[in-house]
Design a protein around this ligand. Structure first.
Ligand code: NIG
Ligand code: FE
Length: 401
């Protein structure tokens, strides 16, 4: 509704966290306004409050007596890929570990072979329905990583596919340095630092650089070199850290002031303490726990220690074929022991903070008018529902999509 003013009315509950990153107990402080209204002008929220106090003389849109909350923000996906991992899935179900499949040249490396062979248009066509599914589930902003490029040209094709899809979705692109080549890894890291990252920065193809810091991927020393170069090019930093082994990725992220460290399934009290003492968001990915049958990230302990926790789908073909951001929220409650209030904060303002964004994630004056209308009058149907969508309408910048 750009250029116009609308008063959204007949909102049973308007539910929102506070503006900006929320840590520890503050993640539970939701503002719930009964019988609410919300004024939107030019795609931005101008006023929220009880219906009785709403400004007059504004065209109204009746939302039907349901609960309204901020659009979800999915801060971690690998939504661009070609090929499939169905054979891996069967192998894993019969007992072959994810890391062993990767070490044998399958897993992520098989997605790299298929993705490396695909052109930009094919990647766009493959990613579009995945992003539509995330949006239907309530995600109004989605981060998308590269990382399945066999070579730098393939990495750039992935990022160009994300750029093309930005015409249709609110996307935040990340350059992911995912797994090293089997030979010549020192040369590869040098080329990432002095060729790939400068080129990506020059073309503004990514907002951040992410490194998979893990035994089967990059060492802490290699990750540090890559992320330091990213910063000198004005790019934000992130890590896939502590997924299988806590080898120091979380500590590195906190030291470098990374926007987020993601996964954390293998984090112990010292990594939790480091995150609680930092401004780095702890992004947890419960879909991986469900799909790989591995331990859950310590969401409860992170919040109790005072960290800022975000939740994402990690949508990818190997470790998390979760095409619903609402499901990731609902799983964080079951598997990582977040309260429903904490899970909403994790999927809105904290997920925005994990992307370096502060203009979205809350329903408050000055924030983008990205919001959801549920089928239900009670907002708790959002964290409660499994296997069907509790989201009736998705509004982006004040427009129904
Ligand atoms: O976030 N762990 C590394 N990367 C992805 C998995 C990618 C894949 O399996 O294709 C993750 O889990
Ligand atoms: Fe991931």
């Amino acid at each position: 509704m750009t250029g116009t003013e609308t008063l959204f009315t007949n909102i049973s509950q308007l539910v929102t966290p506070g503006v900006g990153m929320q840590r520890g107990a503050a993640m539970r402080d939701l503002n719930v306004i009964s019988d609410a209204a919300m004024l939107v002008r030019d795609g931005v929220i101008r006023w929220v409050g009880p219906r009785a106090g709403a400004p007059g003389n504004v065209p109204e849109h009746d939302l039907g007596g349901v609960a309204v909350m901020p659009g979800l923000i999915d801060p971690h996906t690998h939504a661009v890929w070609a090929g499939d991992r169905l054979a891996d899935f069967e192998a894993r179900i019969s007992g072959v570990p994810y890391e062993e499949i990767l070490a044998r040249g399958g897993g992520i490396r098989s997605s790299m072979r298929a993705t490396g062979a695909a052109g930009v248009e094919e990647l766009v066509a493959l990613a579009r329905p995945r992003l539509e599914a995330l949006r239907t589930s309530g995600a109004t902003t989605v981060e998308v990583k590269s990382g399945y490029g066999l070579d730098f040209d393939a990495e750039l094709r992935m990022l160009r596919a994300v750029r093309a899809l930005q015409a249709e979705f609110q996307l935040v692109p990340t350059l992911l340095i995912h797994v090293p080549p089997t030979g010549g890894r020192a040369e590869y890291v040098q080329a990432v630092c002095y060729d790939l990252i400068p080129g990506v920065a020059r073309e503004h193809l990514a907002a951040a650089v992410d490194v998979f810091t893990e035994r089967e991927a990059f060492t802490v020393q290699e990750s540090r070199a890559i992320l330091q170069v990213a910063r000198t090019h004005g790019l934000q930093t992130k890590l896939h850290a502590d997924q299988f082994h806590a080898i120091g990725g979380t500590e590195l992220g906190c030291e470098l002031g990374a926007l987020s460290v993601d996964h954390l399934e293998a984090s112990d009290p010292s990594q939790i303490a480091a995150l609680a003492a930092s401004n780095t968001v702890a992004t947890i990915l419960p879909g991986v726990t469900l799909h790989l049958g591995l331990p859950a990230a310590p969401g409860r302990a992170l919040i109790d220690a005072g960290a800022a926790v975000a939740v994402g789908t990690d949508l990818n073909p190997g470790s998390s074929p979760v095409f619903s951001t609402q499901l990731a929220l609902a799983l964080a409650v079951r598997l990582c022991r977040l309260t429903p209030s904490e899970a909403l904060t994790a999927c809105t303002v904290n997920a925005a903070a994990a992307l370096g964004l502060s203009d979205r994630g809350a329903l408050a004056p000055g924030q983008r008018a990205d919001f959801l209308a549920l089928h239900s009058a009670d907002w708790r149907d959002l964290p409660y529902t499994l296997g069907a969508s509790p989201v009736r309408q998705v509004w982006v910048g004040g427009n129904h999509v």
